[in-house]
Design a binder for this molecule. Structure first.
Ligand code: SF4
Length: 399
């Protein structure tokens, strides 16, 4: 598994695969080859089909230092469904450098012509069963295991928590319309206001308001945290904000909760996918709910078996979730889905706590991750971040 630090990253929305990944690739391209007067970015797969709605062309033009042509190619030969060719030209329009960039989910990239050490494995264990065996043999906790591999992770996660809190603070205090042709109004501030009006504390509404705040910030191109992706950023961000602000949990414990959730997100990333273009929304919001369920179970004081069970329940009941963003914007169904997701994470943690007293669970986390991977392969391409099926298609028919 890669570093958990590579899972949680701050970046501008609305999509880790469609804005953060291209931005990182363009910055790296410039740092490796220097500046050129002309560039060409030829998008293929999901990037070409939903790149407009995700503002991919805008972020590429903003990041590259020269005049940039962005081509939305509808005819490609790559088998991986999300990426782009990046080319640099001199003043005579002669091709100087060329990269093939694959956006593999959560803002992570692979470059055919330039292997990256960001993708190096930090953890040698391949699945939860191997992690569990190791920590049992050594008599250590899951957190001991994580921090022994990434000694500076806790300080890094504290900065991530600051970024999450700032994101929600902006989201619940900003009004107006989100960018794009859907002309959707921001609503997080109204949801939050209603949650404070209630005489009885309304935890669910408040959690959803925080998820909306993060989702709307993301849709507006604000700085958010991949957890594991920007489209799914609202789930973990809402959980962290709620625990920090409404429950006054201490920072160190929240960092530990993110580390625990990160193990499960990382295992899904390694053994299945966190890319909506590859596995549908089960890979994005499904993974976020699984991570948040593990974090919530940890914060509730559950043991390692119960934490695994919470992560497993959460993923199991998101299996088959498709990705069909209306007009290609990360708004419908994405923002509401994040709000539902954070509630489902707490539900999964509650169920794991009480069900584990009744019987041993029969489906392991590793089993459900493999199921998610296989299910993703069977989801048609129209329902994997291409905006060609599902709600995206129905919405256009109704217009
Ligand atoms: S439907 Fe899910 S996977 Fe697709 S863009 Fe929205 S949040 Fe991302």
């Amino acid at each position: 598994m890669q570093a958990i630090k590579e899972l949680y990253k701050t970046g501008r929305g609305p999509s880790s695969s469609h804005t953060l990944a291209p931005e990182r690739a363009c910055r790296l391209f410039t740092s490796v080859f220097g500046e050129f007067p002309y560039y060409e970015a030829e998008l293929f797969g999901s990037l070409s089909l939903t790149g407009k709605g995700h503002f991919t062309d805008q972020i590429i033009r903003d990041t590259l230092p020269g005049t940039t042509e962005v081509i939305f190619s509808l005819d490609w030969e790559e088998s991986f469904p999300n990426g782009f060719y990046l080319r640099a030209y001199d003043e005579n329009h002669e091709l100087q450098h060329r990269w093939t960039v694959f956006s593999i989910g959560g803002g992570s990239i692979q470059i055919r012509e330039y292997p990256l050490n960001w993708n190096d494995e930090v953890y040698h264990e391949k699945n939860f069963k191997e992690i569990r065996r190791l920590i049992d043999e050594k008599g250590i906790t899951l957190l001991d295991y994580v921090y022994s591999h990434e000694p500076d992770l806790k300080a890094y996660l504290s900065d991530i928590i600051d970024a999450m809190i700032a994101c929600v603070d902006r989201g619940i205090s900003t009004e107006g319309t989100l960018p794009g042709r859907l002309h959707m109004n921001r609503t997080a501030h109204q949801l939050y206001a209603q949650s404070t009006e209630s005489l009885l504390e309304n935890n669910d509404l408040r959690l959803m308001a925080y998820a909306f705040a993060a989702g709307e910030e993301n849709a507006a191109g604000g700085a958010c945290v991949t957890a594991p992706t920007l489209g799914a950023c609202g789930v973990m961000t809402a959980l962290v904000y709620y625990c920090a602000k409404d429950r006054n949990m201490d920072r160190s414990r929240l960092c530990d909760a993110l580390a625990v959730g990160g193990v499960f997100g990382n295992l899904i990333k390694q053994n299945a996918t966190i890319s909506g273009a590859v596995g549908g929304c089960q890979a994005e919001v499904g993974t976020a709910v699984s991570m948040a369920a593990a974090s919530a179970a940890y914060l509730m004081g559950q043991d390692i078996d119960q934490i695994e069970y919470a992560a497993e329940i959460a993923m199991e009941h998101n299996l088959g979730l498709t990705c069909d963003p209306v007009m290609g914007y990360v708004m419908i169904p994405c923002i509401e889905r994040n709000a539902m997701g954070v509630l489902r994470a707490f539900d999964a943690a509650t169920l794991s706590r009480y069900m584990s007293r009744v019987r041993k669970h029969l489906v392991s986390f590793d089993m459900v991750v493999e199921t998610m991977k296989q299910t993703g392969i069977q989801i048609p391409i129209e329902l994997r971040e291409t905006a060609e099926g599902g709600l995206a298609r129905e919405y256009l028919h109704e217009q």
